[in-house]
Design a protein. Structure first.
Length: 587
């Protein structure tokens, strides 16, 4: 009897230990996220983004409707969510930042959960480390739409993987709903994610339904695709019905139609020049040559050599004030990482069937149902993750700058882990773990240099360490110069206008003053230089100024605005300036 009780107690102890071991990596993920994100969620201020994402949120709270009452270049999910947060917790920047913090932690938890089902044990923490290593570019906690849609896209990937394993159509419906929710925050990414999800579905049905006739396969694919599209369409239809009821749907479609063409022409930014890659490419090429020689003549030295080269590269990246070209090359290489991974995954999925001719190889590879099912069993999860990562990554274009790049990397890191683990399995060497460790370490180090290091000065103090003395910005820390700029402009505006009097800003940065100074924007424009605005609409604003409708006008004092300032000067007088931003008031 005693022996039986002892055995039960031991089993319970082992069960508790297993449960603790299972939950510990998730606890580490959330704790690390809370620490890393907690350092920065109150620091830094992107004035232009506040003018575009936060100021219009207040207009929504006041009863205005996007597109009908003001132009907005995205679908309105970000405005609705932040309006809800500020209605519940107060009209301050810190409330928006708290929402961003929770969203980022949710994204991190989903990254870990997805990695856990795709990799074994503690390896699931590697994409978490990469995501925390690449926090953001310069302003880390600006309210961008992609910060909000990222957990929704990852949830869609989770549902897609569940359907891949279970074939339950309920997961397809949820995946479609997730893609529709992405659409609410960024319309083009919602379409990309939905389309990539359909491609993954089509590949699966073609592979798994190998025993069915072509007609049966197509009928089944159409039925399942319909479930997926219904989920997506339900969310989009709900948004469209609401906007139609507010007489805003036609205005949105018309604005998006003009905005897309103008945006692609004026904001297209290519990937970094391939010339920037040569220092890293040269170092890697030389290391590979030496490694090949060692593998044949002195294999016992190969592992030591790889470790030394990796540490040397990491040291060059981290070396303050030195090796600038190598640092630039490592950061530029990250910009090329996603498209390189996508191409590699496609090639790896097709490679076993490639012989002398692609068409002949594909025919021989997939001519039997068993071969197709086996192919999908080996590659299905990898291709599904790749397609969802691709859908999110396409958010970058036509903007391929580092600001956009860093924000779309989390699902790419999941894909990278899967590729590295597959590469590791192909090597029988005891040093195969270096296949995973080396690129992960160099990526984290590069992320530190590119996204963490700029947040600190030479003494490792926060660059943004001066708390704003502005009511709506309390609790936010910025740099000394930005604190002087924001506080000076807010005081100048509030001293020369009343709460109910409108102001207008030609300056993109100063558009944040609508929110920070709590003043009304009398126009439909959030930014004067925003794309998709017609000449007639701009002429209407100039007519409004000639009629002296705004109480104050803010303009940047640079050569490019000389004619604009001359026009303003006919109807307003200069009240003062802070840095290069001047405030004009009417008599």
């Amino acid at each position: 009897m005693a022996t039986s009780e002892t055995q039960i107690e031991q089993d319970e102890t082992r069960a508790r230990r297993r449960a603790f071991a299972d939950v510990l990596p998730l606890v580490i993920t959330l704790a690390a996220g809370a620490i890393c994100y907690g350092l920065f969620y109150r620091r830094g201020l992107g004035l232009a983004v506040i003018g575009y994402s936060v100021a219009p949120t207040e207009r929504v709270m006041q009863g205005e409707v996007p597109y009908r009452d003001f132009l907005f270049n995205y679908t309105p999910g970000i405005l609705w969510l932040n309006a809800l947060l500020m209605k519940w917790f107060g009209v301050t920047l810190l409330v928006v930042r708290a929402g961003l913090l929770v969203t980022r932690l949710l994204t991190l938890a989903l990254i870990y959960s997805l990695a856990r089902r795709l990799a074994d044990g503690w390896l699931a923490l590697l994409p978490v480390a990469l995501t925390l290593g690449w926090l953001g570019y310069e302003h880390l906690f600006n309210p961008y739409p992609d910060v909000y849609f990222m957990p929704l896209a990852l949830a869609g990937l989770w549902c897609g993987l569940n359907y891949n394993e279970s074939r339950r159509t309920g997961w397809l419906l949820l995946a479609g709903l997730a893609a529709g929710a992405v659409f609410l925050f960024k319309h083009n990414v919602g379409v990309f994610v939905m389309g990539c999800g359909l491609i993954a579905l089509a590949l699966r049905e073609w592979s798994v339904g190998a025993d069915e006739t072509r007609r049966q396969m197509m009928r089944g694919l159409v039925k399942r695709a319909a479930v997926y599209v219904i989920g997506f369409s339900a969310v989009v239809a709900a948004m469209a019905i609401y906007l139609y009821s507010q007489h805003a749907l036609g205005a949105m479609v018309e604005h998006f139609r003009h905005h897309a063409a103008a945006y692609s022409e004026s904001r297209a930014i290519g990937l970094p020049s391939p010339k920037q890659l040569w220092p890293l490419a040269l170092a890697v090429t030389m290391a590979i040559i030496v490694a090949v020689i060692l593998s044949k003549r002195a294999p016992h030295l190969l592992e030591v050599f790889i470790k030394l080269v990796t540490l040397l590269m990491a040291a060059l990246i981290l070396w303050p004030g030195r090796a600038y070209l190598f640092k630039q090359s490592a950061t530029a290489a990250v910009a090329y990482l996603p498209p390189a991974l996508f191409a590699l995954v496609v090639a790896a999925a097709l490679w076993p069937g490639v012989r002398s001719h692609i068409r002949q190889a594909i025919t021989s590879k997939f001519q039997t149902p068993e071969a197709r099912r086996d192919w999908w069993q080996r590659n299905g999860a990898l291709l599904t993750v790749m397609l969802y990562a691709l859908g999110v990554y396409l958010e970058m274009f036509p903007r391929a700058d580092y600001y956009h790049l860093v924000r779309v990397l989390p699902p790419v890191f999941l894909l990278l882990l899967m590729v590295l683990l597959r590469a590791r399995l192909t090597l029988a060497s005891h040093a195969a773990w270096l296949i995973v460790a080396v690129p992960i370490l160099l990526l984290v180090v590069t992320g530190w240099q590119a996204t963490w290091r700029p947040q600190f000065d030479g003494r490792f103090r926060f660059v943004n360490r001066h708390e704003l003395n502005v009511e709506r910005g309390r609790g936010i820390f910025v740099g000394q110069q930005q604190a002087v700029l924001v506080e000076g402009l807010v005081k100048l505006i509030q001293d020369n206008s009343a709460d109910d009097e409108p102001i207008f800003s030609f300056s993109q940065r100063a558009s944040a003053l609508y929110f920070l100074a709590a003043r009304r924007n009398p126009t439909r424009f959030l930014w004067w230089r925003s794309v998709g605005i017609s000449k007639a609409e701009r002429d209407g604003v100039m007519q409004m100024i000639s009629e002296r409708q705004p109480k104050l006008v803010v303009v940047q004092e640079i050569a490019a605005t000389e004619k604009t300032r001359e026009f303003i000067g006919q109807y307003y007088h200069r009240l003062g300036a802070v840095a290069d931003l001047a405030v004009y008031g009417r008599d």
